[in-house]
Write a protein that binds this ligand. Structure first.
Ligand code: 5GP
Ligand code: ZN
Length: 113
């Protein structure tokens, strides 16, 4: 746990969040500022700064994040959704604890802005 990390604090239950799924490894919770009718985040409980910080030991963890996030979208009745990881401030990353955005419930354009 990184003591000054917002998402470590959410993972530890020190800051409240609207949780959708939790196990020993990962947590899914609704984004506080949703950019689509459905917008939630899936994070590892352990602190990883960003996608570039993912190690070979984390491959199973990252697969689980994708499986659980996709299943949660389906459970919300959303079949078309977007999974987004931002890496670095100029790519839009504002919280430096790895998180996968799951966005759905409206059309999305490509390429992203
Ligand atoms: P990033 O811009 O780093 O890819 O995404 C960070 C996301 O975290 C943003 O969509 C932002 O709305 C969300 N967020 C920031 N602070 C909080 C918080 O305290 N609680 C929740 N649930 N989401 C947050
Ligand atoms: Zn953290």
């Amino acid at each position: 746990m990184s003591t000054d990390c917002l998402f470590c604090k959410i993972a530890a239950g020190e800051i409240p969040a609207e949780k959708l799924f939790e196990d020993d490894d990962i947590l899914a919770f609704r984004d506080i500022s949703p950019q689509a009718p459905a917008h939630f985040l899936v994070i590892p409980k352990k602190h990883i700064q960003d996608p570039a910080g993912v190690g070979s030991d984390d491959e199973e963890l990252i697969g689980k994040m994708m499986r659980v996030g996709s299943n949660l979208a389906k459970e919300e009745g959303i079949s078309a959704f977007r999974l987004v990881y931002n890496n670095g401030a100029s790519a839009g990353q504002t919280v430096f604890h790895l998180h996968m955005h799951v966005l759905g419930g409206r059309p999305f354009s490509w390429p992203p802005g």
